[in-house]
Design a protein around this ligand. Structure first.
Ligand code: AMP
Length: 211
């Protein structure tokens, strides 16, 4: 089963993807994490992408799509979760040319909560793991790497990322209207996990694995 995670910046797509990866064995493809890895490694792609990401703008699709195709080539699991791609109808059409999408999970959180979450979260430099919101940890619980505030997790850039979402990404809800399942992530971690487990077991029953 191939799943897309859709949602505003800070809605918790990374958190949901982590559960799908660790508890259900999904192969997790996060274009944001792949781009940040390229920036950290100083690749040519990373250098170009950095300029767009620092402003909260989308990186041009031809670059992101090439990177995505490479990553899809490495896929070992029968279930895949796409996190951060597509971000526009153009990208959704590119993706449709190479994989079949079974379902789109829309991670729903009101704007005031998500801005607060983005501004208080930290990300591991080594493995990309997100720290628990509100914790003052400086070291990643998973790998011991350094936790930092993402360069684009500040009010000005987050505001632009929300504008970019509303303009370019929000139309995907209509594009995928027949595949959308809404997951409310405004409550506690446990509440979200319960809802997610129900949704995923229903979807796996319906679509099974891509064999
Ligand atoms: P994320 O980690 O998904 O929040 O993405 C962080 C940033 O990476 C975004 O604000 C964009 O600048 C860039 N990015 C990630 N995914 C894409 C994509 N599919 N298309 C264009 N830019 C992207």
């Amino acid at each position: 089963m191939n799943l897309i995670l859709l949602g505003k910046p800070g809605a918790g797509k990374g958190f949901i993807a982590d559960i799908l990866k660790n508890e259900y064995g999904f192969y997790h493809i996060s274009t944001g994490a792949l781009l940040r890895k390229n920036i950290a490694e100083g690749t040519q792609l990373g250098q170009v992408a950095n300029g767009y990401m620092a402003q909260g703008e989308l990186v041009p699709n031809d670059l992101v799509f090439d990177m995505l195709k490479d990553e899809i080539g490495k896929m070992k699991s029968k279930n895949c979760v796409f996190d951060g791609y597509p971000r526009s109808v153009l990208q959704a059409k590119s993706l449709a040319g190479i994989v079949n999408i079974d379902s789109v999970l829309f991670v729903d959180v009101p704007d005031d909560i998500l801005i607060e979450r983005v501004l208080s979260r930290k990300t591991c430099l080594a493995c990309g793991n997100l720290s628990e919101i509100g914790q003052k940890d400086t070291v990643c619980k998973k790998c011991g790497g350094e936790l930092v505030t993402r360069a684009d997790d500040n009010l000005e850039v987050v505001t632009n990322r929300l504008n970019v979402y509303n303009e370019s990404t929000a139309p995907l809800k209509e594009f995928y209207a027949d595949k959308i399942v809404v997951l409310d992530n405004s409550g506690s971690v446990e509440q979200t996990k319960q809802k997610l487990n129900q949704i995923i077991s229903d979807l796996l029953k319906k679509y099974g694995e891509n064999i």
